[in-house]
Design a protein around this ligand. Structure first.
Ligand code: PEP
Ligand code: MN
Length: 337
């Protein structure tokens, strides 16, 4: 349920509403807009079903919410949420590009990548230190050593770090090195990990599961938010369909859907979304035109030698060309890049 306060409601009116909810064992989530304040009610379903708030002073109306996710919902929080990472804002006027190799392989590889993506305009260095590989025989990542290398290369180039968490027991060590914690597609419904990320201090990038519906994805974000971490960013990275030409089918309609249903930012991953470097540029351009808040793109100084996902990695030169195109499209979309 949401309670919409009257524009004339006083602070006392609001405090009384919150007190009444708390006395009933419910939680109030406030969204204070320029004109009206909305109180999102969270807690026991039965208590909420029997709740009568319309007669309280300052209350304009109450609206029942049918979706299971609440804190994620735009009904609960009509204004766009901006996730701040130091001086970088995700979901604001600026489009944020995160780029770098699929996996951290060596300091040299990372230094080359970081320098290239920074000079092209990226704000984040991406790279997996713990890799969720389909085959146990594939390269599994450098672990904590990889995190150290990421931090070093990013700091030397004034970049933020985003990297994936594949096990909830690694969250605390990854938080020491990274600025944003990535939940990969394979872990979108790892509920124990989502709950643990609800207690994390760093923002979370939640990738869409391989076969997840929009509703399942939004509910996964609700796990993180109800745990106390409200800094969640969605990432569309393609879903599994009957098509085999591409690695996944990039669902750009998800950008519009998430923007309608949620106040949280959404970025797009055209690398895993297509699996083919030739398709990364057109899909990145389309993603910006669709209204996303940013992109995460695999870039490798020597894609042919990459230990993972070389086929979908852009060379620094192609990445730099793409950033120029994106900057032109961003202008039409009233965004900066
Ligand atoms: C990645 O970003 O390296 C990755 C493994 O992505 P996904 O979880 O989308 O497959
Ligand atoms: Mn990859």
């Amino acid at each position: 349920m949401i309670i919409v306060m009257k524009p004339t409601a006083t602070k006392d009116n609001l405090a009384n509403v919150v007190k009444r909810l708390e006395n009933l064992g419910l939680r109030a989530h406030l969204s204070e807009g320029e004109e009206v304040t909305i109180v999102g009610v969270i807690g026991d379903k039965k208590t909420i079903a029997n709740l009568e708030m319309n007669m309280m002073d300052g209350v304009d109306k109450t609206v029942r919410i049918t979706e299971k996710y609440k804190m994620v919902s735009r009904n609960f929080h009509p204004q766009n949420t901006i996730v701040k990472v130091g001086d970088v804002e995700i979901g604001g006027d600026e489009l944020v590009v995160m780029a770098g190799p699929c996996s951290v392989e060596s300091l040299e590889q990372l230094k080359e990548s970081a320098k290239a993506v920074k000079s092209a305009g990226a704000k984040f260095l991406r790279g997996g230190a713990f890799k969720p590989r389909t085959s146990p025989y594939d390269f599994q990542g450098l672990g904590e050593k990889g995190l150290e290398l990421l931090r070093q290369a990013a700091d030397e180039n004034g970049l933020k770090v985003i990297t994936e968490v594949v096990d909830k027991d690694d969250i605390s060590v990854i938080e020491e090195y990274a600025d944003v914690l990535q939940v990969g597609a394979r872990n979108m419904q790892n509920f124990q990990m989502l709950k643990a990320l609800g207690k994390a201090k760093k923002p979370v990038l939640l990738k869409r599961g391989l076969s997840a519906t929009i509703s399942e994805w939004l509910n996964a974000a609700e796990y993180i938010m109800t745990g106390g971490n409200e800094q969640v960013i969605f990432c569309e990275r393609g879903i599994r369909t009957f098509e085999t030409f591409t690695r996944n089918t990039l669902d750009l309609s998800a950008v519009a859907a998430v923007k309608e249903l949620s106040h949280l930012p959404i970025i797009v991953d055209p690398s895993h979304g297509t699996g083919r470097w030739q398709m990364v540029q057109p899909m990145a351009r389309a993603a910006v035109a669709a209204g996303c808040d940013g992109l995460i793109i695999e870039v490798h100084p020597h894609p042919e030698m990459a230990l993972s996902d070389g086929d979908q990695s852009l060379t620094p030169k192609n990445f730099s060309r793409l950033m120029k195109d994106l900057s032109a499209i961003a202008k039409i979309m009233d965004r900066k890049l």
